[in-house]
Design a protein around this ligand. Structure first.
Ligand SMILES: C[S@@+](CC[C@H](N)C(=O)[O-])C[C@H]1O[C@@H](n2cnc3c(N)ncnc32)[C@H](O)[C@@H]1O
Length: 248
């Protein structure tokens, strides 16, 4: 599984929302920006422009933090000017209010205590952004014969330690963490399989997730039905995905 390709695919789904929220949250003026759970740098690479300066002419400095050293090594390749830290989002190793913006993208569903993570993001920054948190429990598959895929994927995410329905709790967690929410809601138009490559990537994830827990013949049957439905223009796949941002 090529995780960077997967993260780029997810980043493409949320591109329009991210552009909007970054603009509203004042990225153009932000001098210090942190991505918590930055992975391989699919988002940071967009901000890592060596010449990036704020509206006032100051240079912008970007930081990334992740638990996984291997992801950080890859992130270094994709976003060479970013400062990287190996650490745990539950205990951010940064002083109070040391960032203008702290953001995350597909992180909170993976952490054991999302409230603690948002509290930490609020402690170290003036503005907190959670750009994409899915709720797989509300996933819609059409034709309905493909519905088992959603249940299998939820089970697989739980086995990997994720909370697949976290997205629906995002606003509540921001509220509990004391972040004054400015905007929150579902992202419109995400998870569009625009190309054959997108579709292959999606299936690579499904097959990696389900290997060993669902008989291969069952998975292949779903893949065949999915391909046929797409060809006939009858396929719908929708995973409600939420964002929130606010001030601390
Ligand atoms: C689904 S990936 C998303 C990566 C990146 N934000 C993106 O959207 O491309 C989730 C990332 O969160 C990291 N992660 C999970 N739990 C973490 C924790 N407690 N502290 C820091 N990073 C964590 C994982 O290592 C992984 O790189």
């Amino acid at each position: 599984m090529n995780w960077h390709s997967r993260y780029l695919q997810q980043a493409a789904w949320t591109h329009d929302l991210r552009t909007y929220v970054f603009q509203q949250a004042g990225l153009a003026n932000a001098r210090r920006v942190l991505e918590v759970g930055c992975g391989t740098g699919a988002i940071l690479r967009e901000l890592d422009i060596p010449s990036a300066v704020t509206c006032t002419g100051a240079r912008r400095k970007c930081h990334g933090l992740d638990l996984e050293p291997a992801s950080l090594i890859e992130c270094r390749l994709h976003a060479p000017a970013v400062s990287l830290t190996c650490g745990d989002a539950h205990r951010l190793p940064f002083p109070h209010k040391s960032f203008d913006i702290a953001y995350c993208h597909f992180l909170l569903l993976w952490v054991s205590d999302p409230l603690q993570v948002v509290r930490e993001m609020a402690r170290v920054s003036h503005t907190v952004l959670a750009l994409a948190e899915p709720d797989y429990s509300q996933r819609v598959d059409e034709p309905s014969a493909l519905a088992p895929l959603g249940k299998w994927q939820m089970d697989a995410l739980r086995r990997q330690g994720a909370n697949p329905s976290f997205g629906a709790r995002l606003a509540e967690i921001f509220f509990q963490a004391g972040v004054k929410i400015i905007e929150t809601g579902p992202i419109q138009g995400e998870a569009v399989m625009r190309s054959a490559e997108d579709w292959e990537n999606e299936w690579a994830v499904i097959q990696a997730d389900l290997g060993g827990s669902v008989p291969d013949g069952e998975v292949q049957k779903m893949k065949f039905m999915d391909e046929a439905a797409r060809r006939d223009g009858k396929r719908t796949l929708h995973v409600p995905t939420f964002f929130a941002w606010g001030k601390t």
